[in-house]
Design a protein around this ligand. Sequence first.
Ligand code: MTE
Length: 329
Amino acid sequence: MQYFVRRQWDLQQREHTPPSVFENRQAHRRDFLKQMGLSAAGIGLASSVAGCAKPTDEEIEAAGDVGWLPKEYAEKYPAKQNETFEYGRSETAQRAAAEYTNFYEFSSSKDCWRNVSKFNPSPWSIEVDGLCGKPRTFDLDDIYNLFPLEERAYRHRCVETWAMCVPWTGFPFAELLKLVEPKPKAKFVAIESFVRPKEAPAMGDDSFPWPYTEGLTVDEAMNDMAFLATGVYGEALPKQHGAPLRLVVPWKYGFKSIKSPTRITLTERQPLTFWNGLKPNEYGFTANVEPEVPHPRWSQATEWMLGTRKEHDSVIYNGYGEQVGGLYA
Ligand code: MTE
C-alpha cells in the first residue's frame, strides 16, 4: 500500500480543492461553528475578533508599501501601454491579486502580505555574470534609466490552477541581457533571489533550499514575452508581488516567474532550481502551461480566476503559442 506523507513543500490540500467548495465556504464555516456549539451571536463575535475580521483594502496596501524611493521611481518613469497585449478575459481586481500571493520567503500560505513589513527592497542591485562579455551590476537607478518602461496586460497561470490577469509595468528581459553580451556558449540563465532571513521570516525554515532559484534557456529569456516587471496596476510593485522587480514568463507555470532576484548567471548547463530540485516529478524545469499534461496530483485542464473564482479551460502556453510556440517546435 502506498502512504502519502505530506512534506513541508507539498501543496496544502485546500489549495487544490475544487472552487465550488470555496464558494460554499461560508456555509461550511457556519456548520463547523454550529458543531462546536456556537450560536449565531457566537458566530458574529468570532468574525470580529482580531485575525478573523476581513482586512481592509488600505491594510493590504499599507503592508505591501515599498517606501518612498521605489514609489518615486514609479512616478518619475511612467510606462507606455503596449496595446499588442490583451487578456481576453476580465482584469483581476488589484486587491484580489495582492492578498493571494506565493512568496515562500515570507509564508507558505497565500496571505504573504501579512509578513512582508520588515522587507526593505531599496536600495537593490542585481549582479549579472557568468558566460557574458560584459558582466555588470545594475542598481535601481540603472534599471529605471536604461530601460524604457511599458505596460503589458498579461495572463498568469499558477501550477496550482489559480490564474489572474494583471497589467505589469516593466521591460523585456532581452534588453538587459543584450547589454551584458551573452557568449555563444551560454545556453541557460540561472536566476537567484535574495537571502535575508531577518527580513523574510519564512527563510528561517531550513527545510527549503534557499535562496529561491529559477532558470530559463537563453532562447526563452531572449523571447519578447519574457518580461522584468517593476510595477503592477500602474504603481511600484508591492512587496508581496516581488518588489522591487520580478520576472514574468506568462506562458509558463507561475513558479518560473521568480520575484526579487539579486543575481543572474549565464551558464552552459541547466541550473538546479528551487521547485525542480525539491520535486522534479511535479515541477519540471521547462514548466510550460500544458493542459493535457496533468500534475501528478491534479488535473491542469482548467483554471480559476482570483477574485471571481470563474473557471476557464486552460490553453497550451497559456494562450501565447503565437509568440513562444517556435521555441519548442
Ligand atoms: N519568487 C520567489 N522569490 N519566491 C516564491 O515563493 N513563488 C512563485 C513565483 N515567484 C515565488 C516566486 C510562484 S509559485 C508563483 S505562482 C508566482 O511567483 C506568484 O506570483 P504572485 O504571487 O505575484 O501572483
